[in-house]
Design a protein around this ligand. Structure first.
Ligand code: FES
Length: 218
């Protein structure tokens, strides 16, 4: 999706008069939720992948047994990105001096030190795989269990066609949300989709969510 999105003001109710006015473009992303940071297929068994959440480097590791975990992508020794290292069994080993970390971020081996003198480890993030995506919880770890993963029931439902989009788009995230809610921007895609006309069927909103139904006709 490219271009400047237009908000379909007919599709979304204005906030109640009593709601505090906030500049949506200045609202930072909220870390206390689960975020998909990679497709499952991008992290193969025995491999690591460097990703980012709001600029913070995170390494996703799939161990040789298939377990997935997420750590700060910065070795505790000399800050080298761990994704450049090697996965060994259930650990990831930094590619510089060989320090090894487990799924909790604990340093479990330094090749030139005894096991009784192991240094500090790195931050570990709650990590969960579902619907072909790898989700990470970048915020307060204590909240991860009580915050549900985003429900994506249509991804497994044959009645729906799931469209996957994983390209980086350089804009504030709220622009992307608006763009995907605003089906009247089909004009932009006229070369790929022809003269498809979107018609809003209705909308629903809760305290922190909004949904819009559309139908399309040629
Ligand atoms: S920088 Fe990672 S082991 Fe030294």
């Amino acid at each position: 999706m490219h271009g400047v999105p237009l908000l379909d003001s007919s599709a979304i109710d204005p906030p109640p008069a009593s709601a505090p006015v906030r500049d949506l473009r200045r609202v930072p992303i909220h870390p206390d939720h689960w975020y998909p940071l990679a497709w499952s297929s991008e992290v193969r068994r025995g491999k690591a992948l460097g990703v980012q959440f709001a600029g913070d480097p995170i390494v996703l590791v799939r161990t040789e047994s298939g377990t997935i975990f997420a750590l700060e992508d910065r070795c505790a020794h000399r800050q080298v990105p761990l994704h450049a290292g090697v996965v060994e069994g259930e650990f990831i080993r930094c590619g510089y001096h060989g320090w090894a970390y487990d799924c909790t971020g604990r340093c479990v081996d330094v090749p030139y030190l005894g096991r009784e003198r192991l240094p500090n480890g790195v931050r570990a993030y709650p990590c969960h795989e579902a619907h072909g995506l790898i989700f990470v919880f970048p915020g307060d770890v204590a909240l991860a269990k009580e915050r549900p993963l985003p429900a994506l029931p249509s991804a497994e439902d044959k009645a729906y066609k799931t469209r996957r989009f994983g390209r980086e788009v350089k804009c504030h995230y709220s622009f992307m949300h608006e763009n995907l809610m605003d089906m009247n921007h089909q004009f932009l895609h006229r070369r790929q989709m022809g003269q498809m006309r979107a018609r809003s069927l209705g909308r629903r909103r809760g305290e922190d969510w909004v949904e819009v139904d559309y139908t399309f006709a040629h």
